[in-house]
Design a protein around this ligand. Sequence first.
Ligand SMILES: Nc1ncnc2c1ncn2[C@@H]1O[C@H](COP(=O)(O)OP(=O)(O)OP(=O)(O)O)[C@@H](O)[C@H]1O
Ligand SMILES: [Mg+2]
Length: 486
Amino acid sequence: MFSRFKKSDGPVKPTALGQVGSGNAAARAPAAAVKPVATTRPLPTAAAPVRPAAEVAAMDKEKKRKERLSDLKVELHKRLLDNLNLAALEHATEANLKVEIATIVSEGLEEMAVSLNKEDRGILNQELYDEVMGLGPLEPLLKDDTVNDILVNGPNRIFIERGGKLVLTDITFKDERHLLRIIDKIVSAVGRRVDESNPYVDARLADGSRFNAMVPPVAVDGSLVSIRKFKKDKLAIGDLVKFGAFTEEMAAYLQAAVSCRLNIIVSGGTGSGKTTTLNALSSFIDNTERVLTIEDTAELQLQQVHVGRMESRPANVEGKGAVTQRDCLRNALRMRPDRIIVGETRGEEVIDMLQAMNTGHDGSMTTIHANSARDGISRLENMVAMAGIEMPLKAVRAQIASAVNLIVQASRLQDGSRRMVSVTEITGMEGEVISMQEVFRYERLGVEPNGKIIGRFNATGVRSHYSERFRQWGYDLPASIYEPII
Ligand SMILES: Nc1ncnc2c1ncn2[C@@H]1O[C@H](COP(=O)(O)OP(=O)(O)OP(=O)(O)O)[C@@H](O)[C@H]1O
Ligand SMILES: [Mg+2]
């Protein structure tokens, strides 16, 4: 009766879950309900509004129904695990497996004397498929290309970031155990583990998305999961101009800066678009150059022919085998690179990065986590100090000033839009201080009633410190791009 994916043994016991009604789409089991709810929440008031009794009863009924469907799913999932031949799953096609699951579900429902309509049955089948093959309730969110980030705060609260805004969804896990099982599935697939003694973990999903989980008791209210989704098609310069991240004039300036091999740092907060900007800037690198990229999680997608990609590696379960960004960078210097791109400089690799920028690998680029160009410089100074290098501050600054030519500041504004809010050139040292000049900036002019920020990009009126270099390299930018709009 069962096909090749199903174990031949193991009859299943009927349970007393009883009849589950159907028909109300809103009450369907959680994973199918991808629709986010409650984008804006009403302000809390002293007295909660009194709901009509009929409404309360309906809500109660729906809640119960949802719970019963969820119990049903758990029971059927158990049966699936008992009955499916897990070893054969690897070679199963999606279609075959779906048929198989549908068969086992039908039999299970029959044995439990539960009848479901076609729609609910379809949803249940899909959810069970996601449980067996994918990441359960997270699966529809992972497949939804409009979702950028998925953030789980315990089993009952799953947030998503869509269009720069965080939104609470009505998707939930059954309970903490369910959530832990999915976390375990992800981390064990990459040979890591997470438990009380090792309560947080970083991993990469099969599609390249970055995954981090922290489990109780360190995570107080249930496991915390953050998934930063991998975008297959990175935004190109043209897209960023179209989305208002910067202007065409700024793009022309940036093209000159990258082509003339300025050393560039993209600075910004979490999720401000640093990696996207770095990736877009890299498109200006000439095809004849040998570019080496070093990242903690390989995200960059360079279009050049001659690209060598490296990814650092955390220590294994025994605490061995770590390969840091610094290790990669040191090795990269022996690999005859024309340019080196470090995904994010956050630690001791800063020393080697500055040295690389100072010693013939100009045109190198990286990102740092900082709120302004000035802040970015302090971050670099701190990183050098933290790396245990005993050097007078002035010497550190001189090193930074001669290594870094340009800092572009990415920012995610309150309305969710991402913009290059400042383009700042490092011009040298004045006494003990690094001197810099802002060439372009984003000016905020106001806020629309719907919260959208009104603003414009403007030149500051300062001509680029590198104009002569641009000209020599054949990038004769018109003086007008540096003229401010009054
Ligand atoms: N200008 C933009 N317009 C619209 N979406 C953007 C823009 N820039 C970046 N994004 C999107 O924002 C998300 C976060 O971008 P990105 O990963 O580049 O940020 P980040 O600063 O590198 O984040 P992290 O701090 O996690 O490294 C991505 O989904 C990206 O596609
Ligand atoms: Mg990034």
